[in-house]
Ligand binder design. Structure first.
Ligand SMILES: Nc1ncnc2c1ncn2[C@@H]1O[C@H](COP(=O)(O)OP(=O)(O)O)[C@@H](O)[C@H]1O
Ligand SMILES: [Mg+2]
Length: 283
């Protein structure tokens, strides 16, 4: 088969290019050819070029993803699934009442040029969630845009200094500095790790967390697989918090990095993705 790997033209770092190499190798060693295109290169595409059998869309350029789908191309993941994962508020709305999650509030939308000039809603949120509570920018990764508000003053300050879409979430104290990452491919949990940080409430490795091999419980596996099924993800990385009432969904990544999980478990998610796409295309 012949595929395209679509990546973001503005993200230039070895952390990303390494992932792209792994993905290409996974297809090439199965005898498939794959070409890498950036979203900047594809911005002017008109549909007359040779169409690939599949597109591995390793980007979050939803508009481009939808344009490619309009041309009849099959994207892994689909534009809709990427869109739902990329925005933590949309993830929450899609899953609310269907899987266990910490109590979450989608912050009312404001305009970027105006910002949150009225923070009155923060008090109501604090009364419902208690303190501390978690504030997340809807578009963020690696724990970089996740904050903890210890009291109303801090919460208001974080909101007032921010112009991004936000969610508020109940802080799951039992899970402080710990979460479980489960990589799902084709509806199956393929690899898992436990991430820990003794010095920060965020367990992300990029943020200083450490990882260890982890055998997830049946409940955690079923949560991760169900989340991917509901969101329509072909593959994804599901973050799970551990609470006294069982596992809770933290967030979902459509383009989950897989180098750490390989180092931790020896499982190569790129290979699993290539196998899965072969199966979907019946090759
Ligand atoms: N509600 C919460 N309660 C406790 N810890 C949390 C909560 N939400 C997030 N965290 C911690 O913060 C980390 C980053 O949050 P996450 O939602 O996964 O954002 P990111 O996209 O930046 O990884 C999580 O891995 C977890 O360790
Ligand atoms: Mg995360």
């Amino acid at each position: 088969m012949y595929g395209w790997l679509v990546v973001n033209g503005f993200l230039v770092s070895s952390k990303f290019s390494e992932i792209y190499d792994w993905l290409c190798k996974a297809f090439e060693k199965r005898g498939h050819s794959i070409e890498v295109y950036t979203n900047t290169e594809l911005a002017f595409i008109d549909g007359t070029c040779r169409h690939p059998d599949f597109v591995l869309f390793w980007d979050k350029d939803i508009v481009l993803a939808k344009s490619l789908e309009n041309m009849g191309l099959r994207l892994f993941n689909s534009s809709r699934a990427i869109e739902l994962c990329d925005n933590k508020a949309l993830t929450y709305v899609a899953l609310k009442g269907r899987v266990p999650m910490p109590d979450t509030i989608a912050v009312p939308m404001t305009y970027r040029n105006i910002g949150y000039n009225d923070t009155g809603f923060v008090r109501t949120a604090g009364e419902r969630l208690g303190y501390p509570f978690i504030i997340k920018e809807c578009f963020g990764s690696f724990g970089q845009n996740v904050y903890m508000a210890e009291d109303i003053k801090q919460a208001e300050e974080i909101v007032r200094n921010n112009r991004e879409p936000l969610i508020f979430q109940k802080y799951i104290a039992e899970s402080r500095g710990r979460d479980i990452r489960i990589n799902v491919v084709g509806g199956r949990a393929e690899a898992a790790m436990l991430r820990k940080n003794e010095n920060d409430f965020r367990a992300n490795i990029t943020n200083g967390g450490t990882m260890e091999k982890y055998i997830p419980t049946a409940e955690e596996i079923s949560l991760a697989e169900r989340v991917c099924h509901i969101l329509g993800l072909d593959f994804g990385g599901v973050d799970i918090l551990m609470s006294s009432e069982g596992p809770l969904l933290c967030e979902v990544n459509s383009n989950a990095h897989f180098k750490n999980i390989f180092e931790c478990t020896g499982i190569n998610i790129a290979d699993k993705i290539a196998e899965y796409i072969e199966k979907c295309l019946d090759i």
